[in-house]
Design a binder for this molecule. Sequence first.
Ligand SMILES: *Cc1c(COP(=O)(O)O)cnc(C)c1O
Length: 639
Amino acid sequence: MGNDWTKEDVYRTYNLQNWGEGYFDVDEEGHLVAVPDKGTHKIVINKVVEEMKTQGIKLPAVIRFHDILRQQVRNLNRSFRKVIEDANYQGRYFGVYPVKVNQMREVVEEILDAGQTYDYGLEAGSKPELMAVLAYNTNKNAMTILNGYKDEDYLRLALLGNKLGRKVVVVIEKFSELSRLIKLSKEMNVTPMIGLRGRMAVEGHGRWKSSSGEKAKFGLSISEIIQAVQFCEEQGLKDAIKLFHFHVGSQISDIRTLKDAISEGGRIYAKLHKMGVKLEYFDAGGGLGIDYDGTRSDKDSSMNYIVEEYATDIVWGLKQICDTEGVPHPNIVTESGRMITAHHSCVITNVIDQVKTSQTSFNTSKVTGEHLIVENMRDLEESLSQKNFQQYYNEALQLKEECLNAFKLGILSLEERAKIETIYWKIMSRINVMTKSLEFIPEGLHSLDDDLAPQYLCNFSVFQSIADYWAIDQLLPVVPLNRLNEEPTLNGSIADITCDSDGKMDRFIDRESGFKSTIPLHVLKENEDYLIGIFLTGAYQDVMGDMHNLFGRLNEVHVYSDPEDPAGFYIEEIIRGNNASSVLATMQYNPEYMAQKMKQLVNQEVVRGIIPPREGVRLVDFYEECLSNYTYLMTTLGE
Ligand SMILES: *Cc1c(COP(=O)(O)O)cnc(C)c1O
């Protein structure tokens, strides 16, 4: 590290330690490192990228740190176990991972493997998810929880699981599902495990608050719950009701929401038990948050509690209610998805160019006969000083406006307009520097920083790789991978390579205000890659991206740490991203037809003598090669 730019500065600038949860750090050479065991073993992320390169894997790419997944599974289960022991709570913890959060087979397998000793299970919300879960969650002690709306096939698949001796609980979201389930269970001659989803009065806050509350899409009202119990009793299946479930929404930012939900849900459980419903499981749903911006607050992208506190509030809250009501402590289920997967994957992209509003090297020197506006703007530039910059700021703005009007009237030439705009941006840059030494920055000059900020053009698609950033304003941490031992001297934002003006990032985490519109970056060097990581993309982002502009799925590498290895890691698996043919095929194009057609069109020109035959062959080969290439850009800086 340099003398006056230290690790502490890096931590402060990117809030690394607060969102990183100990999984990310910076080394002495200024490289960003992953710390999968939160201990001393470090993986330089840039080394992973270099190894990818030697194997022909291009950026952008997703890197998965499988050890982080395992660590999160352990962390969640151990937290619950410890609190349960401390509280002398009589039930057990049976967590399930909701596969919708990241359905990648390798992710699900890793989670199951790490969770084996805790009898950690899976949750599914659709038929395809259930089919995967039935085949993969084979531990008979682990729970399988089924949510979402269900048709007959869905219910038959669930009962098939019960026939195989698995703890498959069908959570009833709507009353009609119950009669269907019971009818089918009799047909298939197997006892179902019934769960009841309560539609709670408590509402979450923030983006997912509509998951709960009286107008929620899912769940049974209190009167429906009572009717459901009566119906089961009539059918001789009262004892098949095993679980009470609720879900107040994802990303619970404020711990008070959870406390409220436990108070309400705990009472419903206790009263049902007193009505003779021998519930064995209390399922508090998902919602365990991730501190994306690292502010430890109740803002939408943050959370004001830690995992241990979450476990404590559930276990102690339930214990207290059960003890006062005189009912047994139920086993506890949670469906935490975001918490398990968010940290383990990141998107690595390379800057391919930059877009500046301002600085150009256009020659602005004086020539005879120039228009007065050019002269006036130049005069401003020459006499600008610390004393007059506020006044000059206003005058420069006005001159620029006059310039545009004069141009539209045909009075100014293209050269004159170019000169005026170039000088204008020079003036603004200087004023921006001058304001930095002020204690009070005058109104209007605040936005100068943003106006002058360059956009780094990054090789990725917001719509494919960080869908929630675009769709619901999800903040995600962004950090350069290298040069962190140098002070980043400019503030910039990020633009992606789609043709969509929404394809950009101009909201970044900030530890004081929650978010800001630019992020500190380094000045680009010619012919030196500048790599940027977007972090905490393992939950939802990995699997929700769309095909905007036909940029397809990213290349992906699965990394395991290995303290014996010289680089400290090995790449266990490479999954190639989409090539042009495969994304075109998803939109019903036929790449073979396209190649044939292009060949035919080229041949026609060869026959006409427009294209020489040798070149014709090369052009056809080139087109075919492009079909099999990665959809993202191959350019690097300085080209
Ligand atoms: C989406 C969902 C979850 C997962 O929530 P997280 O906040 O990611 O933990 C759990 N349960 C249900 C019913 C869900 O719909």
